[in-house]
Design a protein around this ligand. Structure first.
Ligand SMILES: *Cc1c(COP(=O)(O)O)cnc(C)c1O
Length: 343
């Protein structure tokens, strides 16, 4: 396995800082399964307030947040509407289908953002031979949409539509705080648009693991049962929750710096004729290369030889993600190295 000096493969690559580890070492803990862990209880209280929800639940991963939300909202044979490039469809081992028995209807969505009008077309008629449309699934920010932020007005339209039609709405907030920092919209305003929402602690917030799922009292009661059933209930999980509390206190405003680093990286690359790069809204930079000499995998390989890690999405598409552990100088070096290799 490579060790990268500069790891742009994902914002999951952050190593917990010394200060975060100190907070973890000092955490008060108890049996989380019995709601007796004070650090976990503090974390879920903070996140439910942040997202404007009645209650929240600490879970090992974002994937489990999505899965449990689907298990609570859907019965087998129900249908979920989600963007065709969503993480739910591409990167969660088909958990919604394999474990919840729900079918996903992909909506073609530029940058992962779709409208209430598109959903209106995708909702099934109430016929005995049609699946029952149950849930609208939205990613904020959109991972494979280049880190795009759903505008609050589009989300509100969708929320209004979902209420009118009796559908549930769920926000996958793996990078919700990136959207908050990037747009200036309150986390609570996003929370108000949906029945369930979660945020990941292990992405830009820099924690070793963990995610928090929020919703109504009733939703979280049902989610808690699924957490137990799936083996996600923990013991002295406060050790990890303390990292989350530390991150919410100290690592949120720094996401703005990650966004600046992403724009700087994109700007540096855009000067190169072989590279096609958009203007990143948050911390994800997708770029196309057009070189007769090499494809994306070969470029990634050349970069790896210089200690730089980058994500390969297709033969021509790459992804770079900025985070706490890459500096401005790292980003400059990575962009310069890419330009040098392609030249
Ligand atoms: C990373 C990610 C997830 C899954 O979160 P994990 O904590 O890695 O399980 C879900 N959705 C999106 C959009 C993600 O980027």
């Amino acid at each position: 396995m490579h060790h990268f000096r500069i790891d742009l493969r994902s914002d999951t690559k952050t190593i917990p800082s010394a200060a975060m580890r100190a907070a973890m070492a000092q955490a008060s803990v108890g049996d989380e399964q019995l709601d007796e862990d004070p650090s976990v209880n503090e974390l879920v209280a903070r996140v439910s307030t942040l997202l404007g929800k009645q209650k929240a639940l600490f879970l090992p991963s974002g994937t489990m947040c999505n899965l449990i939300a689907v298990l609570v909202h859907c019965r087998p044979g129900d249908e979920i509407i989600a963007a065709d490039n969503s993480h739910l469809i591409s990167s969660e081992s088909a958990g919604a289908t394999a474990l919840a028995g729900a079918q996903i209807r992909p909506v073609p969505a530029e940058r992962g953002i779709f409208s209430a009008e598109q959903v209106a077309i995708a909702v099934r008629p109430q016929k005995v031979n049609a699946p029952t449309t149950r849930l609208i699934h939205v990613e904020q920010t959109v991972n494979r949409g280049g880190g795009a932020i759903w505008p609050i007005d589009v989300l509100r339209d969708l929320a209004r539509f979902s209420r009118e039609r009796g559908l549930a709405m769920h926000i996958d907030g793996a990078r919700l705080m990136n959207a908050v920092v990037g747009s200036g919209v309150d986390a609570k305003d996003y929370g108000d648009c949906c029945d369930s929402v979660w945020l990941d602690l292990s992405k830009g917030l820099g924690c070793p693991m963990g995610a928090v799922l929020a919703g109504s009292d009733e939703f979280i009661e049902a989610a808690r049962r699924w957490k137990f059933r799936l083996g996600g209930a923990m013991r002295q999980a406060g050790i990890v929750a303390a990292a989350g509390l530390y991150a919410l206190e100290n690592n949120v405003s720094g996401l703005q710096t990650d966004h600046q680093k992403a724009r700087r990286f994109a700007d540096a690359l855009s000067s190169h004729e072989c590279v096609l790069v958009g203007n990143p809204e948050t911390n994800l930079v997708f770029f196309e290369i057009n070189s007769r000499r090499m494809n994306a995998a070969q470029l990634a390989h050349e970069l790896a030889l210089e200690g730089i890690g980058i994500g390969v999405e297709s033969a021509t598409l790459l992804r770079a993600v900025t985070h706490l552990d890459v500096s401005t100088a790292n980003v400059d070096e990575a962009a310069a190295t890419i330009c040098r290799i392609l030249r």
